[in-house]
Design a protein around this ligand. Structure first.
Ligand code: UFG
Length: 328
């Protein structure tokens, strides 16, 4: 039986594909390569190039492969872009989910693990954030993921499709040997941007605001290693295969680090000085996002293992050896 990995050529999807292979599963990938990278997919994995909103393509995949379960990573995911182009986000993300669930119900596939996001919470009243916190997205990206969650809920009730929804906090790092990693164009995420300084690709990292109500004035986030994230997906798959009920779990370390602390940690990992500028706040950035991942512990037996030094070291192994990402 195959595991269909939607968006398997993207950052998080490609790490999951490798991990599935490593434990003897048969992943098959669909990706439209708007943001994914062909070299990120191992050559022995069946790759379907095309858009998830194409029902004929989905029918072909589900007919050719015996799809036991779906891991769904495919989505547009830039918060800033979503503010400027909300319809793109609702079309791609919600449209993709509808087409996928329709195909799953047509072909009798009843298990799905879905990548959601801390962005469904918006600005939290308090941290750590539990899954029961108010859901008030502050951008169309988060709104689209919340809509996808709600669609899965109702479709699950009607058609018996069980789901594990994983709300990721700040995912970072790379496969430990540095052979695959993060390659977004444009890059907007903090750790890859910080590491561009020791790579000589930018003179300094700009901190987006140092007047937040946090100890050093910079935003606090919960950084989670991509390999821990992969582990959570495999556990979620096992949970569903074992007959487990649908659930929603936050994924984070449960510990927050400020932007300045991340720069300092990167200096220690790379052994190089990293120049810093302080710029204006980035619109829409909450001051502090930290997960309570207790539910993932109870239900999936999952706990994040990698700390920020290990996460940054793996990212550094990737970026140092692939300064131009997959085009290196
Ligand atoms: N930051 C800087 N300078 C930069 C880039 C980022 O100071 O050049 C700061 C941001 O202001 C933020 C922190 O670093 O405080 C982390 O920023 P990222 O862009 O790496 O990540 P975000 O927390 O904005 O976004 C992440 C995910 C999104 C998700 C969001 C939920 O990447 O997909 O969390 O709020 F939607």
């Amino acid at each position: 039986m195959a595991i269909l990995v939607c968006g398997g050529a993207g950052y998080i999807g490609s790490h999951n594909v490798r991990a599935l292979l490593a434990r003897g599963e048969k992943p098959v990938v669909i990706d439209n390569f708007l943001t994914g990278h062909k070299p990120a997919v191992p050559t022995d994995v069946r790759l379907y190039e095309g858009d998830m909103r194409d029902p004929a393509l989905l029918d072909a995949i589900f007919s050719e492969q015996h799809v036991d379960a779906v891991l769904h990573f495919a989505a547009s995911s830039l918060v800033g872009e979503s503010m400027a182009q909300p319809l793109k986000y609702f079309q791609n993300n919600i449209g993709g989910m509808l087409a996928l669930l329709e195909a799953m119900s047509r072909h009798g596939t009843d298990k799905i693990v879905f990548s959601s996001t801390a962005a469904v919470y918006g600005e939290p009243d308090s941290v750590p954030i539990s899954e029961d916190a108010p859901l008030r997205p502050t951008n169309p990206y988060g709104e689209s993921k919340l809509a996808m969650e709600r669609i899965m809920h109702w479709v699950g009730q009607a058609y018996g499709i069980r789901s594990v929804i994983l709300r990721y906090f700040n995912v970072a790092g790379a496969w430990p040997d540095g052979s695959i990693g993060e390659d977004h164009r444009p890059e907007t995420h903090l750790i890859p941007l910080i590491l561009q300084v020791p790579l000589g690709k930018r003179p300094a990292i700009t901190i987006f605001g140092d007047d937040y109500p946090t100890p050093d004035g910079t935003c606090i986030r919960d950084y989670l290693g991509v390999m821990d994230l992969v582990d959570a997906h495999l556990r979620a798959l096992d949970h569903l295969r074992g007959g487990g009920e649908s659930t929603i779990c936050n994924l984070g370390n449960g510990e927050g680090f400020s932007v300045r602390q991340m720069v300092e940690a990167a200096q220690r990992v790379t052994g190089q000085n990293i120049a810093v500028n302080v710029g204006a706040r980035r619109p829409g950035d909450p001051a502090r996002l930290v997960a309570s991942a207790e539910r993932a512990g109870h239900i999936l037996g999952w706990r994040a293992q990698a700390g920020i030094a290990e996460i940054i070291a793996s990212a550094w192994a990737w970026h140092r050896t692939h300064p131009n990402g997959f085009a290196s």
